[in-house]
Write a protein that binds this ligand. Structure first.
Ligand code: ADP
Ligand code: MG
Length: 446
């Protein structure tokens, strides 16, 4: 479907033309008309399939077409789990608002609070934000949401994982009126907790799912390699860095300290690398992402901080030096490549510590992967047997029940998908637990 068939305002059509797009992607084809007709949406489609415009265009259209409900309140709030993603969404939004009178602001954790108070006083129609900081401003009465027309949650499931449910509920409550429309987008929205939360926030939502989270992303070539230990992983990495023909590469590690260690090791070999971690302040993080997106370095080493949403066109390879704990994050990590129809390679290392994550990923994607080998770097490790606990559990209950497929590997304790309360304490949300603040698991040493 062509963009000019949606009945969009001509200023939007000319902005799209400027971006060089003619045909809507599948998710845009379905979500744009549904959102324009006023429905709440739970929409999912694979990574890199154009979800951002699928919500920005109907949001813009609604603002152009309708009179505001309140004079001063923001009309659209877009929330994302990370600051980098918020910045990227903001940049796309700016391309659309440039020919209009609408003001938009970016409100992120880690940036100057008082400066944000000043921009909020200018009564912007659009706010793009991370939830923690926005909720702080809301609590302090720096803006009100009685006139909010659209609440958009990009990567909604990740915000819940990170512990932002309290802030989302607070924002939801402040904008609780009949005329509000709510849109939820992600590549992975089909787990029960998201559903429960969606039922609270959304009003008779329409569900749009282009494929399933587990359906294969054909543009991404997935390869798995068994590894014995850290040095083995390092040797394999060095092999791929010289054997693969890559444009840019993102290497994901489990922890911040692994990110730093690898970055030092690769830089010492003269490779063009940069490391992004939640330890850095926001201006350092901005600098790193700007530089990498301009191609100033070939390799970005990071944690799940960069797994969601980032649209970096020259990333041809993703390497999972460690596998993520949550299977959804695997889908998002490898989705940093193979975007908008281009091809990508995703190489994953599976050592003993990664084994149950690997099994979870297989279950989540409903696929069995075979392992490839590199001559001279074959692993002795062949995988782990299910732990006895799971077997005796089964015996005790006498149940023939299959293990819960989505989240658990056999014999492994279920990955923790209960949502926590958190606050954005600068870099990444911090969980509030008994005994004070605790770093979120994605930043924990494992
Ligand atoms: P997602 O949120 O689904 O991961 P994005 O919204 O980040 O995907 O879009 C991925 C890339 O596709 C971006 O570079 C975007 O500019 C581009 N894109 C979006 N819509 C279209 C379209 N209709 N045709 C071609 N490319 C598009
Ligand atoms: Mg996205």
């Amino acid at each position: 479907m062509q963009f000019n068939e949606f009945g969009l305002d001509k200023r939007l059509l000319s902005a799209i033309e400027h971006m060089g797009f003619e045909q809507a992607t599948q998710i845009q084809h379905q979500a744009i008309p549904a959102a324009m007709s006023g429905h709440d949406l739970i929409a999912s489609s694979k990574t890199g399939s154009g979800k951002t415009l699928a919500y920005l265009l109907p949001a813009m259209q609604r603002l152009i077409k309708n009179r505001p409900l309140a004079k001063r309140d923001p009309r659209v709030v877009i929330l994302t789990p990370t600051r980098e993603l918020a910045k990227q969404v903001f940049a796309q939004l700016r391309l659309l608002t440039s020919g209009t009178q609408f003001k938009s602001v970016l409100i992120l954790g880690g940036e100057n609070f008082n400066d944000q108070v000043k921009v909020l006083e200018k009564d912007p129609q659009f706010i793009v934000a991370t939830p923690g900081r926005l909720a702080d401003h809301l609590s302090q009465g720096h803006f009100y949401l009685n006139g909010l027309e659209l609440l958009i949650l990009d990567e909604a499931d990740r915000m819940l994982d990170l512990g932002f449910s309290k802030q989302l509920a607070q924002i939801n409550k402040a904008a609780d009126h009949r005329k509000r429309q709510t849109l939820m987008f992600s590549a992975t929205l089909d787990h029960a907790q998201v559903n429960d939360f969606a039922l609270e926030l959304l009003n008779k939502p329409k569900r749009i799912a282009i494929g399933h989270a587990h359906s294969e992303h054909k543009d991404i070539n997935k390869r798995f390699y068994l590894c014995d230990h850290l040095d083995h992983k390092q040797a394999l990495l060095e092999h791929f860095l010289s054997a693969e023909d890559y444009q840019q590469m993102i290497i994901f590690t489990a922890t911040r300290s692994d990110t730093e260690r690898l970055s030092k090791a690769l830089s010492a070999q003269g490779l063009s690398t940069v490391a992004l971690s939640g330890d850095l302040n926001q201006s350092q993080r901005n600098q790193i992402m700007d530089g990498f997106s301009k191609g100033q370095q070939k390799i970005l080493i990071t944690t799940d901080l960069a797994s969601r949403g980032l649209d970096l066109t020259n990333v041809s390879h993703v390497i999972n030096f460690d596998l993520p704990k949550h299977s959804e994050e695997f889908v998002h990590r490898i989705g940093r490549t193979g975007r908008a129809g281009s091809k990508g390679d995703a190489i994953s290392f599976v050592g003993p510590k990664d084994w149950w994550s690997f099994k979870n990923i297989e279950a989540f994607l409903q696929q069995n992967f075979s392992f490839e080998q590199v001559e001279g770097l074959k692993a002795k490790f062949k995988g782990l047997k299910p732990k006895k606990a799971a077997i005796s559990d089964k015996k005790q209950t006498g149940a023939k029940k299959k293990p819960v497929k989505k989240k658990t590997g056999q014999g492994r304790k279920a990955s923790n998908k209960t949502f926590h309360f958190a606050e954005d304490a600068g870099d990444m949300p911090v969980l509030r637990r008994k005994g004070g603040l605790q770093e979120h698991e994605d930043n924990e040493e494992s």
